[in-house]
Every structure is written in structure tokens, then in C-alpha cells.
Design a protein around this ligand. Structure first.
Ligand SMILES: [Zn+2]
Length: 136
């Protein structure tokens, strides 16, 4: 499979474990041990109860489309326009944004069932994996 050209995300201390899991073809988010809340983006404490007792928990990778947009303005040299950016509500609750594979804008539907797929990507500093949505 041809690697998609993608810029690397800015990697903070809380984003690093997320992207390390993606490299293992796993979607992992923080889950609170105190109240079971799951959240994204990553951070130091549970946004629901402020506990700092949490773990990186493997997600189902399944969700439903809640919104999408077509980018016509080019922000990254690696991403030619137009392209779809899709917001998905995971079964576990949090919203995650990515591109969607194999769907034309006119075919997008609210509440479309999707699952995560891991795709090879290429940056100036090497190859890696990114997560993308795909229709069920
Ligand atoms: Zn909590």
C-alpha cells in the first residue's frame, strides 16, 4: 500500500502514548479509574472528576459520524485539496477527528457507522502509522 504523505502531529507529553499505541495499531485513550470516564484530547487529570488516577485503555475503534467538512484551502503541503475531515463519536464517548477512507463528500451521512483503520504515512523524517476512519 502506498504511504499517505502526512505532517507529523506536535507531540506533547500526553499525546506521545496515544501515538505510540497507534504505531501498534491500537486506539488507546485515557480512562479514569475513579469514575470510568474516557476522554480526548489527553491530559493530566480526568476532566469529569479531576482524578489523576487513570490508565491508557484500548478503545473499540468503532463510532458514528457526527460532523464532517471538506477542506478546500491547503494548510499542509502534504495534503492536497479537496479532502474530507470527519468527526466521530466513539462508542466510548470521546470525539476523534481524522480523514475517512473511500467515501466521497456527497456520500457522507450523519450517524454513519465507521471503524478505525491504521494506514501507513510518510513524513520528511520517515514512515509511521496514522489512524483514519472507514465506513462499516
Ligand atoms: Zn474521573
Amino acid at each position: 500500500m502506498t504511504a499517505l504523505a502526512r505532517p507529523r502531529p506536535i507531540m506533547g507529553v500526553y499525546e506521545k502514548p496515544f501515538w505510540e499505541a497507534v504505531q501498534q495499531r491500537e486506539l488507546r485513550l485515557q480512562r479514569c479509574r475513579n469514575c470510568d470516564h474516557v476522554w480526548y484530547p489527553p491530559g493530566p487529570v480526568c476532566p469529569s472528576c479531576l482524578s489523576d488516577d487513570w490508565r491508557w485503555d484500548r478503545m473499540s475503534g468503532r463510532g458514528r459520524v457526527i460532523a464532517w467538512t471538506v477542506f478546500h484551502r491547503q494548510y499542509f503541503r502534504e495534503l492536497p485539496v479537496p479532502y474530507l475531515v470527519v468527526s466521530v463519536a466513539l462508542e466510548e464517548g470521546p470525539l476523534l477527528i481524522a480523514n475517512i477512507l473511500g467515501v466521497e463528500p456527497a456520500a457522507m451521512r450523519l450517524d454513519m457507522a465507521v471503524h478505525v483503520e491504521f494506514e501507513p504515512a510518510r513524513s520528511a523524517d520517515g514512515d509511521w502509522l496514522i489512524y483514519q476512519w472507514a465506513p462499516d
